[in-house]
Design a protein around this ligand. Structure first.
Ligand code: URA
Length: 447
């Protein structure tokens, strides 16, 4: 017979739970039979004591089975999912997925909203007038079949145990536990039903994990779970010490992704980091699906982008989901903007604290400070100076964008953004965008 007090004490004393005990806990908690105070005590014990790979995998599978699992078997193509641990300016989903789809690897992707200083794919798509982020399963699957991809909101029935536990972790200082993060993310990915999973684990000042060691540990934990659960899973470790690309914010990011997909030369020259990470992710999706090996997969992904085929995929998905791109593009002219002038010492930008930059974006209205806050889709930042670039007194380092009703937020966002920049005489060494990959064999290899 399951006793919650014994269960908490076992983890407190560093003992390993059996699969049956974990199932009894999750089942009892989801049914409302276990109170939050006991679940909180257990979460803290896990935070302090950790979990073995076997426990983490069992917990993940039990959470994945706590609700509906998407059955994508009626979509005949190979399907790969991609998940980013979150960052600032990360619009790679809008580039990598269309590239992979143009290579024959489809995506049925369930995404979330912005969290803290990081942006959310669903908020970004909702900047497109008419785009339906909550289609029923039939429509979702039909868009995947016809366009090669669909991105929609994760429904309440997907891994409900994670939703409950995540909300509790948020208020009990237990979000930052590696096995809890790994099981939270992977339970949703496994319930999503794809054949293969590519993880983009960000590392740096704007990431969930700030150091390379922590990012590698998270990537390792998640790839172990995916592969133990029978889904080929690999993780790229990519840089988040600078906003990705030149734009952060919902409509600004969709617009930048469209420019890259259309081959706009200015956007491609301004955002080589965005192109590089997106193509690396697309190539990994192609490779993991078994269509081509490393070099050929990279070449295929590049050709998909350069030929405009990836753009066609993305445009088709938006149209099938009811989105009106012409209206979206007309709406971009409606914002107001303020130039951020540099008044500090002359030199090279050696760092942009990316969490602070993300918070400046949230302050403009691109994210939520409290649950239920409304979003200003136009709000965001154009980064005119990034790490490694030279700045002189009087230069415009960024442009803040928002709707007219957000005008009073501009001074605070400006102050915050300026505080994110550090300038020094010496030019920093060039940033590496993709540190490497943890493959299905669990080995880390530099790329
Ligand atoms: N994203 C999730 O879905 N879960 C976590 O625990 C952290 C980030």
């Amino acid at each position: 017979m399951f006793g919650m007090t014994d269960f908490i004490a076992a983890k407190r004393d560093g003992r390993e739970h059996s699969r049956e005990e974990l199932a009894a806990f999750i089942g009892g908690y989801v049914r409302g039979e276990i109170p939050d105070y006991q679940a909180s005590a257990w979460l803290m014990a896990v935070y302090l004591r950790g979990m073995t790979d076997r426990e983490t995998t069992d917990l993940t599978l039990i959470m994945a089975d706590s609700g509906e699992r998407y059955d994508l078997s009626a979509i005949e193509h190979l399907k790969a999912d991609k998940h980013s641990t979150g960052g600032v300016g990360d619009k790679t989903t809008f580039i990598a997925l269309p590239c992979a789809a143009a290579c024959g690897v489809y995506s049925a992707k369930l995404s979330g909203r912005g969290l803290g200083h990081t942006g959310g794919t669903i908020d970004k798509l909702e900047a497109i007038p008419g785009y339906n982020t909550e289609p029923d399963f039939e429509r979702f699957a039909d868009t995947v079949r016809r366009a090669g991809m669909c991105v929609a909101s994760a429904t309440a029935s997907l891994a409900p145990a994670d939703k409950l536990l995540y909300a509790l972790r948020d208020v009990t200082a237990t979000v930052g536990s590696l096995p809890l993060i790994a099981s939270s993310i992977m339970s949703k990915k496994l319930a999503g039903g794809s054949d293969a999973i590519v993880l983009d684990v960000k590392t740096g000042s704007g990431a969930l994990m700030k150091t390379l060691d922590d990012s590698l540990a998270l990537a390792r934990a998640m790839t172990v779970i995916g592969n133990m659960a029978g889904k080929p899973t690999a993780a790229l470790i990519t840089d988040m010490n600078d906003p990705l690309g030149r734009f952060a914010g919902n409509a600004p990011e969709v617009s930048e992704a469209l420019d890259i997909l259309r081959g706009d030369r200015g956007a491609l020259e301004a955002a080589p980091d965005l192109r590089e990470v997106s193509l690396a992710l697309a190539a990994k999706m192609v490779e993991l699906s078994g269509i081509a090996d490393g070099n050929s997969a990279s070449r295929m992904a590049r050709e998909a982008l350069d030929s405009g085929r990836a753009y066609e995929v993305f445009e088709k998905m938006i149209t099938l989901q009811g989105g009106r791109l012409d209206e979206f593009e007309a709406s971009l002219a409606g914002g107001i903007s303020r130039r951020v002038i540099w008044n500090g010492a002359e030199g090279y930008v050696v760092s942009v604290d990316t969490e602070t930059a993300g918070n400046a974006c949230v302050a403009l209205g691109a994210g939520r400070r409290r649950k239920g806050d409304s979003i200003d889709p136009l709000a965001g930042i154009e980064f005119l100076r990034k790490t490694g670039e030279y700045v002189k007194r009087g230069d415009v380092i960024a442009r803040l964008i928002c709707s007219e009703y957000g005008r009073e937020r501009l001074p605070y966002a400006e102050e915050l953004l300026i505080s994110a920049y550090t300038v020094a005489e010496e030019k920093p060494s060039p940033r590496k965008m993709v540190y490497g990959c943890i493959g299905t064999d669990g080995e880390f290899r530099e790329i």
